[in-house]
Design a protein around this ligand. Structure first.
Ligand code: IPM
Ligand code: MN
Length: 348
C-alpha cells in the first residue's frame, strides 16, 4: 500500500474553505483503493505575516521540500501591501521549487455557461513558463515619485529555460489526440526574447515530426480565444503572457471558479504544487460562497502528476456530472454543498 505525503497551504481568504473540499474529494476518490493520504498543514499567508513579518522562511522551504506534492488554496490579502505575499510567498515557492511548467488546462464542459456564442469544442492546455520572463524581479526604478521616474522590469529569457518548457509542451502535444502546439509571443516587437522562443520551437519541433506547429502573436491570440478557441490544443508561452491568457481562457470556459493549475517541476527534484487559478477573494471569504471546483480539479491534476490517472479521471468525471447538473439547477449552492455533491458522484 501507498500513502501520499502531501503538504497543504490553505492560505488566505477563501483558501481554507476550498482546500477543505478538495481534501474531502481526495479522501473519497482514494477510498477502497488501498492508497492513503497523509497531510501536513503549513500556516503561511497574511496571518503569519501580520504576526511575525515572515512570508516563507528557509525552514518552511526545507519542510515543504520533503513532501511528494503541495496543495495550495489562495494567497493574498488586501491588508498586506501589494507584492509582499505574491512575490515573497507564491512566486518564491514557484522559483525555489523550479516550477518551470505552469500547467493550465481549459475545457468547456457541457452545460457550462460561456459568454461565447458558438464556442465549438474547447479543450486546450496552456503551458505557461513559470520561472522566468518579467516575473524574475530583474529591474528597478530611479527618481521614484518624480516626473523623471524611470521604472524597469526586465524580462529574462534563457536558452536553458525556454528550451525545457518548450520541450515539455511538445511532449504534452504529442500525447494528445490533435498533436498541435501553438507558440504565443510577440516577436514582431519583443525581438530578442521573441526570436529565442521562435528559434527554440523550430529546433525542438524537429524531434516531434508528428506535432503540428502554429504561431500567434499574443494580441491576436486574445482574439482567437474569443472567436475560435477550438483552434488551440497546446499553447506554450512566457510567464506574463501565460498569466493573462489563462484568465481569459478561464473566462470563456465557465469562469475562474473552474480553472485548475499545476506548478510542475517535471524532473521531480522538487515537489510540484497544485492550486486553483483564482485568488483569495477576500470579499466572499468565510461565507461559504466560493466555488471549490477549481481546487477539486487541481487535486485531479495532482493525482495525475503522481501517476494516479484512474483516480484523477474519477474526479474529472464526477465534476463533469456535477457541472451538467448545475445547468438544470441554477440555485446557488454553498462551498460544502458543491464538495458534497462531487464526493457523492466520486463514490458513484
Ligand atoms: C496567478 C496569479 C499570480 C501570477 C500572482 C498572484 C502572483 O495571478 O497564479 O495567475 O501572476 O502568477
Ligand atoms: Mn493570474
Amino acid at each position: 500500500t501507498r500513502t501520499l505525503d502531501l503538504a497543504v497551504i490553505a492560505g488566505d481568504g477563501i483558501g481554507p474553505e476550498v482546500v477543505a473540499e478538495g481534501l474531502k474529494v481526495l479522501d473519497a476518490v482514494l477510498e477502497g483503493s488501498g492508497i492513503g493520504v497523509h497531510t501536513t498543514e503549513y500556516a503561511l499567508g497574511a496571518e503569519r505575516w501580520h504576526a511575525t513579518g515572515e512570508t516563507l522562511t528557509d525552514a518552511d522551504l526545507e519542510g515543504l521540500a520533503q513532501h511528494e506534492a503541495i496543495l495550495l488554496g489562495a494567497i493574498g490579502d488586501p491588508r498586506v501591501p501589494s507584492g509582499v505575499l505574491e512575490r515573497g510567498l507564491l512566486l518564491k515557492l514557484r522559483f525555489a521549487f523550479d516550477h518551470y511548467v505552469n500547467l493550465r488546462p481549459s475545457r468547456l464542459y457541457p452545460g457550462v455557461p460561456t459568454p461565447l456564442g458558438n464556442p465549438g469544442e474547447v479543450d486546450f492546455v496552456v503551458v505557461r513558463e513559470g520561472t522566468e520572463g518579467p516575473y524574475v524581479g530583474n529591474g528597478g526604478a530611479i527618481r521614484v515619485g518624480t516626473p523623471h521616474e524611470v521604472a524597469n522590469e526586465v524580462s529574462v529569457n534563457t536558452a536553458y529555460g525556454v528550451e525545457r518548457v518548450v520541450r515539455d509542451a511538445f511532449e504534452r502535444a504529442q500525447a494528445r489526440p490533435r498533436k498541435k502546439l501553438t507558440l504565443v509571443h510577440k516577436h514582431n516587437v519583443l525581438v530578442h526574447a521573441g526570436h529565442l522562443w521562435r528559434r527554440t520551437v523550430e529546433q525542438v519541433a524537429a524531434e516531434f515530426p508528428d506535432v503540428t506547429v502554429d504561431y500567434a502573436h499574443v494580441d491576436a491570440a486574445t482574439i482567437y480565444l474569443v472567436t475560435d478557441p477550438a483552434r488551440f490544443d497546446v499553447i506554450v508561452t512566457d510567464n506574463l503572457f501565460g498569466d493573462i491568457l489563462t484568465d481569459l481562457a478561464a473566462a470563456i470556459t465557465g469562469g475562474i471558479g473552474l480553472a485548475a493549475s499545476g506548478n510542475i517541476n517535471p524532473t521531480g527534484e522538487f515537489p510540484s504544487m497544485f492550486e486553483p487559478v483564482h485568488g483569495s477573494a477576500p470579499d466572499i471569504a468565510g461565507q461559504g460562497k466560493a466555488d471549490p471546483t477549481a481546487t477539486i480539479l487541481s487535486v485531479a491534476l495532482l493525482l495525475r502528476h503522481l501517476g494516479l490517472d484512474e483516480q484523477a479521471a474519477g474526479i474529472e468525471a464526477a465534476v463533469e456530472q456535477d457541472i451538467a447538473d448545475r445547468a438544470g439547477n441554477p440555485a446557488p449552492r454553498s462551498t460544502t454543498e458543491v464538495g458534497d455533491s462531487i464526493v457523492a458522484r466520486v463514490r458513484g
